[in-house]
Design a protein around this ligand. Structure first.
Ligand code: PRP
Ligand code: URA
Length: 209
């Protein structure tokens, strides 16, 4: 699939297998979401541009490379995306964090916006949108449309599990946005839940069911 990167790193796959297990506790689920986000962030930032600098070590002057002033923002889709923020900012501590509150209307399955707060200089930043689940793709597509309205031009989407329907929707609506996932699952069920998936990510992160 174009513009889709599925991370098959053994550490990510191992952690994902525990995440899927219905017997995994809320505490462990929350920790795993954060750890997987951190590992995915490591890979998804592989293309950040570097610049050469000179550093004085205690011995001599070394030529070194550092990230060349790229400004980043992480934007979780509430609620479940919040679970991925810690892992992301532990690797990119200077990233700003914007928030988009969306929930899926249980009847129409369409996303409803209830919160939107971005850093003031968001248009100058590269944005990584995070949400553990890409099901119909309605939430991610709407979130990315709202972000684009602020003038942002470089956006990546990072999810833990994607369904083919969600990936397809994203590719139709936002072909310019690369998608990073840890697993591409089989399908959606009649309630638009990912099969086999991991259940309701928000409820499992926050213990609300
Ligand atoms: C879940 C999930 C995504 C969305 C994915 O959130 O975290 O945001 O569903 O589904 P979609 O691709 O079909 O839009 P939910 O609406 O359950 O809200 P929550 O995070 O507050 O639990
Ligand atoms: N949202 C979830 O939390 N899980 C799914 O499987 C689909 C949407």
């Amino acid at each position: 699939m174009n513009n889709v990167c599925v991370f098959d790193h053994p550490l990510i796959q191992h952690k994902l297998s525990i995440l899927r297990d219905k017997n995994t506790s809320v505490k462990e689920f929350r920790e795993l979401v954060s750890e997987i986000a951190m590992l995915m962030c490591y890979e998804a930032t592989r293309d950040l541009p570097l610049e050469e600098i000179e550093v004085e070590t205690p011995i001599a002057v070394a030529k070194a490379r550092r990230i060349s002033g790229k400004k980043l923002a992480v934007v979780p889709i509430l609620r479940a995306g919040l679970g991925m923020v810690d892992g992301m900012v532990s690797l990119i501590p200077n990233a700003k964090v914007g928030h988009i509150g969306l929930f899926r209307d249980p009847e129409t399955k369409e996303p409803v916006k209830y919160y939107f707060k971005m850093p003031p200089d968001i248009a100058e930043r590269d944005v990584i949108v995070v949400d553990p689940m890409l099901a119909t793709g309605g939430s991610a597509s709407a979130a990315i449309s709202f972000i684009k309205e602020t003038g942002v031009s470089r956006i990546k989407l990072m999810c833990i599990i994607g369904a083919p329907e969600g990936v397809e929707r994203m590719q139709q609506d936002h072909p310019d946005v690369p998608i990073y996932i840890a697993a591409l699952d089989e399908k959606l069920n009649e309630n638009a839940y990912i099969v086999p998936g991991l259940g309701d990510a928000g409820d499992r992160i926050f213990g609300t069911k």
